[in-house]
Design a protein around this ligand. Structure first.
Ligand SMILES: [Zn+2]
Length: 461
């Protein structure tokens, strides 16, 4: 086991979860972990008590029909068993009962596209130069808690500069900070020249370690990011909406550069996520073997064919488009070029998501939170439904599909024996009104209750 993988394992809550590169070890380790739990506790990990949860309605596997009156037994941070009916706690020994008998229970939500250390507002641009890595770490701790309390128990952070994102990931895993389980990209890979909006001497302050030109340089950048602690490699196949100089509809990294990035990342056991708006960049990244296209605003039929050939995911991020369109209309904090781009992407992205879904492209849930306030992530469900998904499809995108995209399908995404005890509950039925997910009343991650509005007097949490 590699040193980083070992440290990730050590910091897990009673082996409640492993990162992607640990999964091959997970099966053999599970058998010894229970006996090691005391050691993990002394290392600062969390160990919740055993729970018996009575679920009024349980959607254990999104995509399959929910069941009424189910019992879930949680031990050592994992689902021990799921049984029909409300079983008597005296039948199974020392457990604490959680009464969700009149609630809707489902797996913890997963968001494959967040930026957990930033939140854009009027001072966004100033903050890019005013905030230190340490400031961002503390901001990230606040945003992580809000995200978890909104019912998102796992997130993939697809880019934030510096080391703070990895420190936050590790602090959450160690139980020092409440937050969702994180996979983190750290710095994204870009072609040189993408930075804009500041004087050149101010731009010189920005970290350009992962700007890369030429295949060899892009290999170096991937390796550097993995060395810094990246779980996933984020790259920019086209320019961005929030940028005054780059070409967001053309291809930004060359075919050779994209190929080198995918090969190197995959050889190091890391998946890749490509930011891409224009069709040339989308298709080039897909041909190079990218694992997910983020945004995908101007995809066309040729892109849809490539998605299906390569089995790649689309992560639409409709919330970001909605927010940027609103900000553009309000003429707030966007330059004229950025406003023009925001208006164009607003029209395109929802249509792209609808066409991709119709054609059977695999879609994973991503909110791009950070562009919007953290904790509002579930708004994306309503936009996915507006784009043609059923509520069940949207929930599946944020559970089963995200778990698959993140390489954690054997750990999270459904409530089945052996998986992490990541579960949430709502008062309303989200299969009837997906907006019910904006009001999550109960959150458990890895067997620890982080939020319980349904029993405010019973619990001191
Ligand atoms: Zn983003």
């Amino acid at each position: 086991m590699a040193p980083r993988a070992l440290s990730a394992f050590r910091s897990c809550e009673n082996a409640a979860i492993y990162r992607e590169d640990d999964t091959m070890h997970a099966r053999t380790l599970v058998s010894i972990t229970l006996t090691l739990s005391a050691a993990f506790q002394s290392a600062g990990a969390i160990a919740g008590p055993a729970y018996l949860i009575h679920a009024g309605t349980l959607l254990a596997v999104p995509g399959e029909a929910p069941k009424a009156r189910q019992s879930i037994v949680v031990r050592d941070g994992r689902i021990a068993e799921v049984r029909d009916g409300f079983i008597d706690p005296r039948d199974i020994g020392d457990v604490e009962v959680v009464n969700l008998a009149d609630r809707f229970v489902l797996p913890g939500l997963i968001d494959a596209h967040v930026h957990l250390l930033v939140e854009q507002g009027p001072e966004y641009k100033l903050n890019l130069v005013a905030k230190s890595d340490a400031d961002r770490a503390f901001d990230g701790a606040l945003f992580a808690r809000r995200t978890l309390e909104a019912g998102f128990t796992t997130v993939r952070d697809v880019a934030s500069t510096g080391q703070a994102t990895f420190a936050l990931r590790d602090a959450i895993a160690a139980g020092h900070v409440p937050g969702p389980r994180m996979l983190a990209a750290g710095n994204a890979l870009w072609a040189t020249g993408h930075l804009s909006g500041f004087r050149p001497d101010v731009l010189a302050l920005f970290d350009t370690t992962t700007d890369c030109d030429g295949a060899d340089d892009c290999r170096r950048a991937v390796r550097a990011q993995v060395g810094r602690g990246a779980d996933v490699i984020k790259l920019h196949a086209t320019g961005a909406v929030l940028n005054e100089v780059d070409s967001w509809l053309e291809q930004q990294l060359t075919d050779e550069e994209l190929q080198a990035i995918m090969e190197t990342a995959h050889a190091l056991g890391r998946r890749t996520a490509a930011h891409a708006h224009g069709v040339k960049g989308i298709n080039a990244a897909l041909r190079a073997g990218v694992d997910s296209i983020e945004h995908g605003s101007f995809l066309d039929d040729s892109s849809i064919a490539l998605f299906k050939t390569h089995g790649a995911y689309l992560v639409p991020t409709l919330m970001a488009t909605e927010a940027l369109t609103a900000r553009s209309a309000a003429n707030a904090s966007l330059s004229p070029i950025e406003r023009e781009k925001a208006a164009a992407v607003g029209r395109a992205m929802q249509d792209a998501a609808a066409r991709a879904r119709e054609a059977g492209v695999k879609i994973a849930f991503g909110s791009d939170s950070g562009v919007t306030p953290h904790g509002d992530n579930a708004r994306e469900f309503e936009l996915l439904v507006a784009a043609g998904m059923t509520p069940m499809e949207a929930i599946r995108a944020a559970t089963v599909s995200c778990a698959d995209l993140l390489g954690l399908a054997d750990q999270i995404g459904t409530l089945e024996p052996g998986k992490a005890a990541d579960l949430i509950a709502t008062a309303g039925n989200p299969l009837e009104d997906v907006g019910a997910l904006r009001d999550v009343g109960f959150v458990m991650r890895a067997g620890v209750i982080y939020k319980d509005l349904f029993h405010p007097l019973d619990r001191s949490r």
